[in-house]
Structures are given as structure tokens and as C-alpha cells.
Design a protein around this ligand. Structure first.
Ligand code: MN
Length: 228
């Protein structure tokens, strides 16, 4: 029997809509610049460059409805509203045509970003980790099973204090959900429990303590958090 020098950490997990069971989170992969209008607002060329990825720790998830503490060492905490794909069956070199059969479900999520740290990292050619993968940086809505969800279209929206800041449609993803799964599975063997944040549309902006963020992905569900 294995013994550990201290108790292993608790399993990060997401609640599922209409179920008492939890979805155990293994890794969180995120796609960069996957909507043309967002690429433009970040000063990039929106042509279809190959997708690129960064990651957040599994335990950066914030459960739907829970508060998100304003992180340390930033003066520019940005919201990025995204569709999140939850992998239920792993694989490598997954074909685009088979990709959706690997999906357990979907949720709405927020890729919260220390934009000042990320911008400095871009300028200096350093990693994005401390701009993206910090504690509590991934508020997630309730998961819904894949059956009945069409990730190819549907409104995606974020309101901050009841005012719409981001609004777009999943049909504007530069790389579609099946294309992202196929491409990512060439770089990493996907496994059950992996989450993929698929990128944010235009309208990213800074939030402050006290702001209430309410996101919505049509056909998937809501995400709500308050910055404290
Ligand atoms: Mn993002």
C-alpha cells in the first residue's frame, strides 16, 4: 500500500447540473486568440494562425456562484468569457470527425487574466503562467452533458454589474471545438477530466472588487461570480 508523506490534495471538481456527482478536473488547457475581433483588440493579426495553448492548474477552478478573490500583484484583472469543453474520453491524434465523441459536456467559464503581467510577459518573451494560471483564476459554471449541446453556434455573453461587456457567437470561433480537440490531442494525450477553455470574444476589460460577473452561453448555461 502506498503511503504519502502528507495527505494528497483534494481532487478539484466541478458540479454537474441536475446531478449530485462531480466531474473531477485533471488539467485546464486554454486556447489563445480564437475569435478574430479579440485578436484585433489585443493587437494581433486575426488570420488563421495555428492555435496555441496555455494552461491553468486544476485547482484554479472557482465553483459557480462562489466569490473570486482579487488576485495579488496586478492592477488590471481582466475578464474573458469562454465556452469550456470537458473531456470524458481521452486520446491522442484524435480526428476532427471523432472529436465530439470525446466530450463529456460543456460549461460557461471565465479565463480571468492579470493583463498587466501577461502584457509584460509578451513584451519580454517570458511565460504567461503568472498572468493566466494564478490561484482562483478559473470560475466555472455548472457542467451540462454534451448530448443536446451544439458547440458550433449560440450566443456567448458576459455582463458586468448588469451591463453587457462581451457578446458574440460560438460560430465566430476561428478554430471550432472539434478542430481544437484534434489539434490539442497532437500536442498532449488528452485524458478524462481535462477541460479546454476555447477562447474569448472581443470586449475584454478590467474588473474591480465588488463587480458581479454574469456570463451566459446559449444552450449551455450560466456562470456567476463576484470579485471580492
Ligand atoms: Mn482566454
Amino acid at each position: 500500500m502506498v503511503s504519502y508523506v502528507f495527505p494528497p490534495p483534494p481532487v478539484a471538481a466541478l458540479p454537474i447540473k441536475g446531478s449530485d456527482a462531480l466531474f473531477p478536473v485533471r488539467r485546464i488547457f486554454c486556447v489563445g486568440r480564437n475569435y478574430a475581433e479579440h485578436a484585433i483588440e489585443m493587437g494581433s493579426d486575426p488570420t488563421r494562425e495555428p492555435p496555441f495553448y496555455f494552461a491553468k492548474p486544476a485547482d484554479s477552478v472557482v465553483i459557480n456562484g462562489a466569490d473570486m478573490p482579487y488576485p495579488s500583484v496586478t492592477k488590471s484583472l481582466h475578464h474573458e468569457m469562454e465556452l469550456v469543453v470537458a473531456i470524458g474520453r481521452g486520446g491522442r491524434n484524435i480526428a476532427v470527425e471523432d472529436a465530439l465523441s470525446h466530450v463529456w459536456g460543456y460549461c460557461a467559464g471565465l479565463d480571468m487574466t492579470r493583463r498587466d503581467i501577461q502584457n509584460e510577459a509578451k513584451k519580454t518573451g517570458r511565460p504567461w503562467d503568472m498572468g493566466k494560471g494564478f490561484d482562483k483564476s478559473a470560475p466555472m459554471g455548472l457542467l451540462v452533458p454534451a448530448a443536446g449541446v451544439n458547440p458550433a453556434k449560440g450566443k456567448i455573453e458576459l455582463k458586468v454589474n448588469d451591463k453587457v461587456t462581451q457578446i458574440s457567437d460560438l460560430s465566430k470561433l476561428i478554430w471550432s471545438v472539434p478542430e481544437v480537440i484534434a489539434n490539442l490531442s497532437e500536442l498532449a494525450e488528452l485524458a478524462p477530466g481535462d477541460l479546454i477553455m476555447t477562447g474569448t470574444p472581443e470586449g475584454v476589460a478590467a474588473v474591480v472588487r465588488g463587480d458581479v460577473l454574469e456570463g451566459f452561453v446559449e444552450g449551455v448555461g450560466d456562470i456567476r461570480t463576484k470579485i471580492i
